[in-house]
Design a protein around this ligand. Structure first.
Ligand SMILES: Cc1cc2nc3c(=O)[nH]c(=O)nc-3n(C[C@H](O)[C@H](O)[C@H](O)COP(=O)(O)OP(=O)(O)OC[C@H]3O[C@@H](n4cnc5c(N)ncnc54)[C@H](O)[C@@H]3O)c2cc1C
Length: 481
């Protein structure tokens, strides 16, 4: 079987893979690359998730690419529009011509005698092979095949429909029906107001509350910037402003949790009906940003509750029966449809088996270098965004760092580069310092973070942006040919 030779094999045609392709070609014209995508369409998350109400929960101006302005009015975008933006952008810059769809990468093996990666994938039942000097993982952070559903006792007894948001059933008819959404994360928050438009009643069943922050979907100052400034200048200013605002909210939450708790509670009290039990349903036991803060546009969830179209129940599931859910408190939730918004399964490197000269390596045994390379693994890049800010803020930095390293290697004639940790053993800290269910359930899914640069993974866009600006490309890096 012959292999297709390219300079860079990119895995995944979501925000990260497309962004990497653009930055690599921008800085290294003439570099050949291919994007291997397991699905039949591009967009990744924004193509996979099709549940009603799917939308961004961070500013779209920071989630979109810095090099391609978001032109719609709203600052919190619906999934369908993000998907459209990614498709249009890929077409505009010819990135889509490099995508090989329905190509599921299974393994990547580094051959140190030729300094190349051999990437093996499945395509229409056949095995296909690509050989590249570099491999870039834009494969996201979760398992595409299966979301997470806990083992609910008696689920088999339930006579209604059960659907996970990761695999929404497009023909699911819920008009005039009673729905229970299990979960209190961003997915549940975005689903509920939308489901409530057609359903008879939507109940959000949560074990414990989440912090919710209401923000406006539209911004007058954004409109003004766009009116008076050239398109790209306006985009850049709006993007930096929103990154700053998101960073400020995170900073305040960490430094003055009491104040932010108060602010959030005031928002709930103001938007919910008089006498609503805010403390039971919307007062978490942890501090803001210990877990992801959920953004709701224009208080839409509170409005659905106030209108009586949605309700929140804070309780634990005892078991399912044929007509719904029996709770630990003894009450019963009648349901025609149950939506298990119970989360994702964390997965590093798209489930691909990575080896060096035939010997498998485990990402969780390696430290991450500058948040995008793995200790002692040559010519491999991994793109992971922030947990406390828009994904693309870091994804774009990773793409630019990759493009810069390629240019540096080309100009010096190097054929391999790998980060190496010398000296004292490096203490570890969690790579994703957030108490999200999918992180807690799989503490060893991700590569390790150290505590000092360049080996520490930080959730701080501004500190990373400064480091990137003054980056020393040869720091802790072994080059060779
Ligand atoms: C419902 C939901 C809402 C979100 N909202 C936000 C938000 O508002 N703001 C934010 O910053 N982040 C958000 N995120 C995080 C989100 O995943 C990122 O914003 C971003 O879309 C990730 O882009 P990506 O390209 O890295 O990964 P993905 O979008 O996951 O794309 C990865 C691509 O790689 C492909 N792939 C994976 N493994 C393989 C393989 N082995 N072989 C071939 N192809 C493979 C996948 O099919 C997919 O197309 C959200 C996530 C979810 C699930």
């Amino acid at each position: 079987m012959s292999a297709t030779d390219v300079d860079v094999v990119i895995i995944g045609a979501g925000i990260s893979g497309l962004g990497a392709a653009y930055r690599i070609a921008e800085r290294n014209p003439g570099t050949s690359y291919v994007i291997l995508e397991q699905r039949e369409q591009l967009g990744g998350t924004w193509d996979l998730f099709r549940y009603p109400g799917v939308r961004s929960d961070s500013s779209i101006f920071t989630l979109c690419f810095p090099w391609e302005p978001w032109t719609r009015k709203e600052g919190v975008a619906d999934g369908v529009h993000i998907r459209e933006y990614l498709k249009t952008t890929a077409r505009k810059y010819g990135l889509d011509e490099h995508i090989r769809f329905n190509t599921h990468v299974r393994s990547a093996d580094w051959d140190s005698s030729t300094d190349t990666w051999t990437v093996t994938a499945e395509h229409g039942g056949d095995e296909v092979t690509y050989r590249g000097r570099f491999v870039f993982f834009g494969s996201g952070y979760y398992n595409y095949d299966e979301g997470y559903t806990p083992d609910f006792p008696g689920l088999d007894e339930f006579g209604g429909a059960v659907v996970h948001p990761q695999h929404w059933l497009e023909d699911l008819d819920y008009q005039g029906k009673k729905l229970v959404v299990i979960g209190s994360g961003a997915t549940a928050m975005s689903l509920i107001p939308s489901l409530a438009e057609k359903a008879a009643k939507v109940t959000m069943l949560q074990r414990s509350p989440t912090y919710i922050f209401s923000g406006s979907r539209y911004s007058a100052s954004t409109d003004l910037f766009r009116k008076i400034l050239p398109r790209k200048v306006a985009h850049s200013i709006i993007r930096q402003r929103n990154a700053l605002l998101e960073g400020l909210i995170w900073f305040l939450a960490r430094k003055t949790p009491g104040f932010v708790k108060w602010l959030i509670r005031q928002g709930a009290v103001r938007n919910l009906p008089d006498g609503y039990d805010v403390d039971t349903h919307f007062k978490p036991r942890y501090n803001p940003w210990d877990q992801r803060l959920c953004l709701i546009p224009d208080a839409d969830l509170y409005t659905a509750i106030s209108d009586g179209r949605a309700e929140v129940v804070t309780d634990h599931i005892d078991h399912f029966d044929s007509t719904g859910i029996v709770l630990k408190s003894g009450s019963h939730l009648d349901a025609d449809v149950v939506v298990t918004a119970t989360g994702l399964q964390l997965q590093a490197l798209g489930g691909v088996t990575v080896s060096i000269d035939g010997a498998e390596i485990k990402p969780q045994d390696r430290f991450v270098y500058k948040a995008h390379m793995l200790e002692d693994v040559p010519n491999l890049f991994w793109c992971v965004g922030y947990t406390n800010a828009s994904w693309t803020l870091r994804a774009d930095m990773t793409a630019r760092a990759t493009a810069k390293l390629l240019a540096h290697m080309n100009s010096h004639g190097y054929t391999h580069a790998y980060p190496h940790l010398d000296g004292e053993p490096m203490p570890e800290k969690p790579a994703w310092d957030i108490q999200a269910g999918y992180v807690l359930r799989a503490p060893h899914a991700l590569p390790k973070s150290g505590i000092k640069r360049p080996w520490n993974v930080r959730q701080n866009y501004f500190a990373d942006a400064i480091d990137y600006r003054f980056d020393r490309i040869a720091e802790a890096m072994v080059f060779g040919s």
